[in-house]
Design a protein around this ligand. Structure first.
Ligand code: HEM
Length: 387
């Protein structure tokens, strides 16, 4: 690994050792150690997710990710059945088929852009199929999710750019029309089921449905792209892991967990202190923003033995890559499934994978690079069947 690659993690290590809860003069608090990060994620009373402090006249439905109980509890209850492990297991076959198509196409090349060939289209088509909009324009979905995810800071805390406003308006218009159609002609997919779902708390309103569609596109795309990218980065930096997986595919689940720990795609999140609270010997004042650094917590030497070593069968592996507490990732089972299927495809179709120009700074940036050229060495035999 080059020096630049170590830098982000050196910075985290420096924070953990010298400044575990720290703050630049006008910046947010950064929380670097595992136990403190976990506390911030789990204590929703002291650390609110309603960070945007919406204006009272803001009529948009709150996003589940950026809301607190009781709003969050109601929304989460309404949507969680659709993400239960049983429901997600039914996605295995269609995801494997889609992955196989993409991998077969990739295997025709010695060099290809990983992002456009697999890491972006796989997650986007999976979510589109779940929402029953696979007839839509995938490039548009990708564009909307990139525009919104890449500018989430501005959306929450500043004035979104005209480009972001336009992407949001386009996306809302598209899903409003879909929701209207589904109300007239119900269908059996995630969005169709969400429209019908009713609990003692009532049904989801159109605004809430729109907000949830946007959240899925944003929360489920870039992050899963990041997991596929992280796996390839590990193959490049530690080629022995590829051979180990080929020899023993049973290692795939622990490989995925270790990738989530080692190169956490969702490296940090944000909360706002609701009261004066002491953390790591520092006084965080009510109203201040706090960034729990999950990527740093996942390298905390007090929790993980040899944290800077990639241990393919690490167990236990209590990483915080999917967060913790009431906002823990709703799509974790789906992300794990997609990661597993992608890795299975890699070891079936190829004998080795490397990154053409390995620039750790770009690889580590939030949301990952827009493109990444990889070299593919095709497998002579394909003994492992798609799952
Ligand atoms: C490797 C891929 C993924 C990673 C690393 C990841 C990570 C996370 C993390 C860390 C959170 C918590 C954020 C916080 O506490 O502020 C979260 C929440 C969430 N994720 Fe994921 N995610 C991934 C994939 C997905 C997918 C595929 C979906 C759905 C299609 C999804 C849907 C959600 C939703 C809806 C929430 C909000 C849950 C809530 O507020 O209760 N995620 N994710």
């Amino acid at each position: 690994m080059s020096e630049a690659a170590i830098d982000a993690y050196q910075m985290y290590r420096h924070l953990r050792h010298s400044n575990p809860v720290s703050k630049e003069p006008d910046g947010p608090w950064q929380v670097a150690c595992y136990e403190d990060v976990r506390t911030v994620l789990r204590d929703q009373k002291a650390f609110s997710s309603d960070v945007a402090q919406r204006a009272p006249d803001d009529k948009r439905a709150p996003s589940m990710l950026f809301s607190d109980p009781p709003v969050h509890s109601r929304l989460r209850k309404l949507v969680s059945r659709a993400f239960s492990p049983n429901r997600i297991a039914t996605q295995r076959e269609p995801i494997a088929q889609r992955c196989e198509q993409l991998m077969t196409e990739m295997a025709k090349h010695d060099q290809i852009d990983l992002i456009s060939a697999l890491a972006a289209p796989l997650p986007v088509t999976v979510i589109a199929a779940m929402l029953g909009v696979e007839d839509g324009n995938m490039n548009k979905f990708k564009y909307w999710s990139d525009a919104i995810f890449g500018n989430i800071g501005d959306i929450l805390f500043a004035q979104p750019t005209p480009e972001v406003e336009e992407a949001s308006a386009e996306m809302n218009a598209y899903f409003t029309q879909k929701i209207e159609e589904l109300r007239k002609h119900p269908q059996d997919h995630l969005l169709g089921n969400l429209i019908e779902t009713e609990t003692e708390d009532g049904k989801l309103s159109n605004e809430e449905l729109l907000s949830f569609c946007a959240l899925l596109l944003i929360a489920g795309n870039e992050t899963t792209t990041g997991l596929i990218l992280g796996s390839v980065r590990v193959f490049h930096e530690m080629p022995e892991t590829f051979d180990q997986l080929k020899a023993n595919p049973d290692l795939i689940p622990t490989f995925i967990e270790e990738t989530l720990r080692f190169y956490s795609p969702f490296s940090m999140t944000v909360r706002r202190a609701t009261c004066d609270v002491e953390l790591g010997g520092q006084l965080i004042k009510a109203g201040e923003l706090v960034l729990p650094l999950m990527a740093s917590a996942n390298r905390d030497e007090t929790i993980f033995t040899n944290p800077d070593e990639f241990i393919i069968d690490r167990s236990p592996n209590p990483h915080l890559g999917f967060g913790s507490g009431i906002h823990n990732c709703l799509g974790a089972a789906l992300a794990r499934l997609e990661g597993e299927i992608a890795v299975r495809g890699f070891i079936k179709h190829f004998d080795s994978i490397s990154i053409e120009t390995h620039d750790p700074v770009t690889l580590s940036q939030f949301g990952g690079p827009d493109s990444l050229l990889i070299n593919l060495n095709r497998a002579n035999s394909q003994e492992i069947l798609p799952c």
